[in-house]
Design a protein around this ligand. Structure first.
Ligand SMILES: C[S@@+](CC[C@H](N)C(=O)[O-])C[C@H]1O[C@@H](n2cnc3c(N)ncnc32)[C@H](O)[C@@H]1O
Length: 659
C-alpha cells in the first residue's frame, strides 16, 4: 500500500488536502506497463482532479447558458466535448436552481469522450446499454435533438432510478428506460440500432483520484471478473448493432485485459467488425496492442491486421490530458453482403448469418465506408455539410435529421432493398415517489393509440401481455396497476383532454401515447414491442389518470419549454420564490404574475377555474385555476396548482426537492 497526498483545488475556504492509499499490486502493475512514464503517472495523483459540467443542448445553447450562468468567466471549455466546461469546485453548480432546471449535467471531463466518439445524428436509433446513472445518455439525447430513439438500459434495478430521474431532469422526450440483461434486449432489438454505446462495468482504475471508494471496488471486483462481464455484454451489443452501425466501447480503467484485449477478442470473433481509428488530440494516447497477453495473441489469426488496428483505439491518461483515466474504442460493423462467421459455435454470428440470408427489413448491404476522424471525433468521409451522410457501395442514404421506419406511412417511408437503403425524414414520476414508490413496469395490457392527430384513422392496437412466454419474476417488479382495456382508453383520453386544455402545440408532438395502466407515456414512434422486458419508462412519462383528473408528471414539466404550457409562473432563478418553490413550499402568487401563453378563441378555458390570467400583452385573459408550469429563467422546474385563494400549491415531488 502507498499513501499519496492529493491536492484539492483552491476554494474560498483555502486549499484542503486529502490522501489516498493505492494498493501495492496496482502500483506494481502500472509500473510494469508504464515503465519510464510511471513517475509522471504517479505525479498526477498529487494534482487536483478536474471538474466538469456539460450544458444541456436540449434546453438552451452554450451562449445562452454562459449569459445566464453566474460563473461564466470561470468556466473553461473542455476541448473534446460540445457544451463541456471545466468548473471550479467551490462554485458548486449542483447547488443552483439551473441544475434543478436541468440546464447542465455534472460529468467528469474524460467521461464526455465516448458519447462524442459515437457520432450520433438526429434521427438515429441509439442504445446506451450500461447507462446508469445516465451521464452519457443525457449527452447522446442532446445529440439526437429530440429526433430518433434513445434506448437507455442498465441491469441494476436500483441504479435505473437515478437513470430515469436524470433522463427526466434533462427533459428528454424520445427515450425509453429499460432494466434488462443484454441477452434479453438482443432478442427484441436484433440488428436494430445505428449506434450502440457500451460504457462497460469495469475495475475503475482510472477513477481512483476522483473517487477513493473505487479502490475498494477494485479489490473486490477483480479485473478477470470484469473482463468476463464485458465479454458477455459485448457479444449482445454486437447483435443489436445494425450493419453499417457504430459501436463505442469504453471503460474507466487502465487494465489491458478490459481494454485492448476485449476488443481483440471481439474482432477475432466477428469479421465484419473493424476499428475506426480515433484521431489523437488533446493529449490522448493510442491504444496499446503490445500490452495484450501472449496467451491471447496466440489465439488470434496469425499475421492479421487485427492486432495493429488496436492502436487506433484511445487511452486517456491523467498525466497527459485534462481528466481522469479512460479507454475507448470505436468499432464499425461492415456490410459485406453476408456476414462471415468465424466461430461456428458462436450464437451471435449465427443470428447474423440468418438475418442476412432472410433479407429482413432491417438489413442493409454496404461495403466498409471508412470513417474519417477529425479532432478525435469520427466523421464519415462522405458526409455533406449539413449533416447529410451518404454511404456508398451498399448505399445508405440519409437525408435531413429524420429517420423513418419502414412500417410508417407516406411521410416516413424507408425503402430498403438489398444493397440500397434510402431514408427520408425520417411520481407521478417514479423518482418522485421516493425510494418506496419506484416502479418498474412490465408491460401490462397496453393500448397504443396513434399520434394524437391521427388516432381516428389508425385505430388502436391492443398489445399482448408482456412477459408472455416468460415467467413472472420474483424480483419485486410491479406491473402497472389497472390495465383493463377500459381504464387504459380512459388514461389516454384523459391525457388528450389535459393536453388540449393545458398545453400548447401538443397535437404536433411525434410520440405515440401509450398507457401502462393509468400512466401515460409518449413513446418514440417505430419502437419494437417491449413485451417481456422490464420497462422503467416506456417513453416520455407525461402523467397519470386519476379518478377525476389527469395529473401531469414532473417529467412532463421538465420536458416542456415554458411556451408549451398554457399558464406559467415566470420566476427569476435568483429570486427568493424560486428557492422556496424548489424546497417544496406553497407560494403566494398574485394572479397578475401568471402568464397566459395562448388565449386563442379556440382554446378551451380550464374547466375548473374562476381566476383570471393575463396574456403577455395584457389584452386577453382566461380562467386561471389548476395546473401552472413554474419556470425559472424561462426554464421549467415543476408544476404548481393555483387555487382560488391566490395560493400556488407546490406539486414538486419529494424526490425532486432542494435538500
Ligand atoms: C461505468 S457504469 C455506466 C456509467 C454511465 N454510462 C454514465 O455515463 O453515467 C457501468 C454500468 O453498467 C451496469 N452494468 C453492469 N453489468 C451490466 C450488464 N450485464 N448489462 C447492463 N448493464 C450492466 C452497471 O450497473 C453500471 O451502472
Amino acid at each position: 500500500m502507498v499513501s499519496i497526498l492529493l491536492l484539492s483545488e483552491g476554494s474560498a475556504e483555502g486549499v484542503s488536502n486529502v490522501s489516498i492509499t493505492l494498493p501495492q499490486s496496482f502500483l506494481d502493475k502500472m509500473q510494469g506497463l508504464l515503465d519510464h512514464e510511471y513517475e509522471a503517472f504517479m505525479a498526477s495523483y498529487e494534482q487536483p482532479r478536474k471538474y466538469g459540467l456539460r450544458v444541456n443542448g436540449l434546453k438552451l445553447s452554450e451562449g445562452e447558458f454562459l449569459k445566464l450562468s453566474p460563473w461564466g468567466d470561470r468556466l473553461v471549455p473542455i476541448p473534446w466535448a460540445s457544451g463541456g466546461y471545466y468548473y471550479v469546485d467551490s462554485d458548486r453548480p449542483g447547488k443552483h436552481p439551473h441544475y434543478h432546471a436541468g440546464l447542465y449535467y455534472i460529468q467528469e471531463p474524460s467521461a464526455m469522450v465516448p458519447a462524442e466518439l459515437l457520432d450520433v445524428r438526429p434521427g438515429d436509433r441509439v442504445l446506451d446499454l450500461c447507462a446508469a446513472p445516465g451521464g452519457k445518455s443525457t449527452q447522446l439525447a442532446a445529440k439526437l435533438q429530440g429526433k430518433g430513439v434513445l434506448v437507455t438500459n442498465d441491469n441494476a434495478r436500483e441504479r435505473t432510478k437515478a437513470l430515469a430521474k436524470n433522463i427526466e431532469l434533462a427533459g428528454i422526450r424520445n427515450a425509453v428506460v429499460l432494466n434488462e440483461e443484454p441477452a434479453a434486449l438482443a432478442k427484441v432489438f436484433e440488428g436494430w440500432f445505428d449506434r450502440v454505446l457500451v460504457d462497460a462495468p469495469c475495475s475503475g482504475e482510472g477513477m481512483f483520484r476522483k473517487d477513493e471508494s473505487m479502490i475498494g471496488e477494485w479489490e473486490r471486483h477483480s479485473v478477470s471478473r470484469c473482463s468476463a462481464m464485458q465479454r458477455d455484454i459485448m457479444k449482445h451489443a454486437y447483435r443489436m448493432l445494425a450493419p453499417g452501425g457504430t459501436l463505442v466501447y469504453s471503460t474507466c480503467t487502465f487494465s489491458p485485459e478490459e481494454n485492448e484485449a476485449q476488443i481483440a477478442e471481439l474482432l477475432a470473433a466477428y469479421q465484419d467488425l473493424e476499428v475506426v481509428p480515433v484521431a489523437l488530440a488533446h493529449g490522448w494516447a493510442p491504444g496499446r496492442p503490445d500490452w495484450i497477453g501472449s496467451d491471447l495473441v496466440a489465439t488470434l489469426p496469425a499475421g492479421s491486421e487485427l492486432i495493429n488496428s488496436l492502436s487506433g483505439t484511445v487511452r486517456l491518461w491523467p498525466h497527459l490530458t485534462g481528466g481522469e483515466g479512460h479507454y475507448a474504442a470505436v468499432l464499425r460493423k461492415r456490410m459485406l453482403g453476408g456476414v462471415v462467421e468465424k466461430d461456428a459455435d458462436n450464437d451471435v454470428g449465427k443470428g447474423s448469418l440468418e438475418r442476412v440470408g432472410r433479407g429482413s427489413k432491417g438489413e442493409r448491404t454496404e461495403q466498409a465506408g471508412r470513417g474519417e476522424q477529425r479532432n478525435g471525433v469520427r466523421a464519415d468521409a462522405e458526409r455533406g455539410s449539413k449533416g447529410e451522410r451518404t454511404e456508398q457501395a451498399g448505399r445508405v442514404e440519409r437525408r435531413s435529421d429524420m429517420r423513418v421506419d419502414a412500417e410508417r406511412g407516406s411521410k416516413g417511408e424507408r425503402t430498403e432493398q438489398t444493397g440500397r437503403v434510402e431514408r427520408r425524414n425520417g411520481v407521478r414520476v417514479d423518482a418522485e415517489r421516493g425510494s418506496k414508490g419506484e416502479r418498474t413496469e412490465q408491460a401490462g395490457r397496453v393500448e397504443r393509440r396513434g399520434d394524437m392527430r391521427a388516432d381516428a384513422e389508425r385505430g388502436s392496437v391492443m398489445r399482448a401481455e408482456a412477459g408472455r412466454g416468460r415467467k413472472a419474476r420474483g424480483d419485486g417488479l410491479k406491473r402497472a396497476s389497472g390495465g383493463g382495456a377500459a381504464g387504459v382508453v380512459d388514461a389516454v383520453e384523459a391525457w388528450r383532454r389535459f393536453a388540449a386544455e393545458r398545453l400548447v402545440g401538443a397535437e404536433r408532438w411525434s410520440g405515440e401515447p401509450v398507457a401502462y395502466g393509468s400512466r401515460v407515456y409518449l413513446q418514440p414512434p417505430g419502437l419494437p414491442r417491449l413485451d417481456g422486458l422490464r420497462v422503467v419508462r416506456a417513453g416520455w412519462f407525461v402523467g397519470e389518470a386519476g379518478t377525476h383528473r389527469f395529473e401531469p408528471s414532473q417529467a412532463l414539466a421538465m420536458g416542456l419549454r415554458c411556451g408549451e404550457a398554457a399558464l406559467t409562473l415566470r420566476l427569476r432563478a435568483d429570486e427568493e420564490a424560486t428557492l422556496r418553490y424548489l424546497k417544496g413550499e406553497t407560494l403566494h402568487v398574485d394572479a397578475s404574475r401568471l402568464v397566459l401563453q395562448d388565449a386563442s378563441e379556440s382554446r378551451t378555458a380550464p374547466h375548473d377555474g374562476d381566476m383570471r390570467a393575463l396574456a403577455p400583452d395584457g389584452t386577453k385573459e382566461i380562467a386561471a385555476k389548476g395546473y401552472v408550469l413554474v419556470c425559472a429563467d424561462d426554464c421549467p422546474i415543476g408544476w404548481g396548482k393555483y387555487g382560488g385563494d391566490g395560493l400556488l400549491k407546490n406539486e414538486l415531488p419529494a424526490g425532486w426537492r432542494w435538500m
